[in-house]
Design a protein around this ligand. Structure first.
Ligand code: SF4
Length: 314
């Protein structure tokens, strides 16, 4: 424990010395969330990365998120504590595959979920997050065909809600596979008083968004962005919630609402890539200034465009 405290103190000391900022995704382990300067979703953290005065950004999340921070803040040194922290959804399509798909549909507009590599973003017209996908799709001229990638669940959700002509890439997040059989009605039976909140920021919960359509008018099931969910939990009269997303976000909720009760919709909903970031490798990242994630300038310029287009719409 003493050693742990020493490590925490050293991280804080080096952070100050190097003018670094620590950003942590909601799915990080509690120890990392507690030491971070900002905790949030991938888009929120990228926006912080774009505004920070720090020289070094230590991104406690997965690789494509650190890449996005580098695209938005090309002059900062972006570090990720473990280079192996990937994303099964982002890996489900490459830039070459998008180029090939575009050749088959030359007039289509390419809409990419933010969980993609810089190569894929560079081939895209728009980026979306799960909370703004419908809005972005609706902003595209109605006569245009849309190629949606890589998340088939978010794609199906956007297609059903908007009724647009859409081809959808067959990609999914492996965490979803673990909560794939989640039946919200059964979960409701187990926790009859709980409000069911679906947090759609990461691919693991987009399957639940599709399922939520089956519950059309059910007022107990709500889809929120991170901040929307945190605000809702604080202001809601309910004191029990069932959360359908990666379990890491429960830490932030419990911390902000110690008197309320939170249940994960599935204990299995754990992203092992997110859990690769530890206090130990965060310490090494700051000490050795490793591992730098740098998107080459020309690629970053192209990858930035679809992100900017999204931000102009939402
Ligand atoms: S939860 Fe799924 S979509 Fe999110 S980082 Fe992990 S593998 Fe990727």
């Amino acid at each position: 424990m003493e050693n742990r405290q020493w490590m925490i103190d050293e991280i804080l000391r080096m952070k100050k010395e190097k003018n670094a900022v620590i950003l942590a995704h909601n799915y990080q382990i509690p120890e990392i969330q507690d030491i971070a300067d900002f905790v949030g979703d991938s888009l929120g953290l990228s926006q912080v990365a774009g505004k920070t005065e720090a020289d070094v950004i230590v991104f406690c999340g997965v690789h494509f998120m650190a890449e996005t921070a580098s695209i938005i803040s090309p002059n900062k040194k972006v570090l990720i504590p473990d280079l192996e922290a990937g994303c099964s959804l982002a890996s489900s399509i490459t830039g070459e595959q998008v180029a090939e798909w575009k050749k088959q549909h030359p007039d289509a507009v390419v809409v990419s979920y933010i969980n993609t590599t810089a190569d894929v973003k560079a081939q895209s017209d728009y980026c979306v997050t799960s909370s703004n996908a419908v809005k972005v799709v609706e902003a595209i001229p109605a006569d245009k065909k849309i190629l949606f990638l890589p998340d088939k669940f978010l794609g199906s959700y956007a297609k059903t809600v908007t009724g647009r002509d859409m081809e959808i890439w067959d990609g999914a997040c492996h965490v979803h596979e673990k909560i794939g059989n989640l039946e919200l009605d059964k979960a409701k039976e187990k926790h009859p008083k709980a409000e069911i909140l679906i947090h759609p920021e990461c691919g693991c919960s987009t399957s639940c968004m599709v399922k939520s359509l089956q519950f059309g008018g059910d007022e107990d099931i709500k889809i929120f962005s991170t901040e929307g969910m945190i605000n809702h939990v604080e202001n809601s009269e309910s004191d029990e919630f069932l959360i359908a997303t990666e379990v890491g976000i429960l830490h932030r909720m419990k911390k902000a609402n110690p008197t309320k009760e939170f249940h994960p919709a599935s204990e299995e909903s754990v992203c092992e890539y997110m859990k690769m970031i530890t206090l130990e490798n965060l310490y090494s990242a700051l000490k050795e200034e490793q591992y730098e994630v740098k998107v080459p300038e020309e690629l970053a310029e192209r990858a930035k465009l679809p992100i900017q287009r999204m931000l102009e719409i939402v």
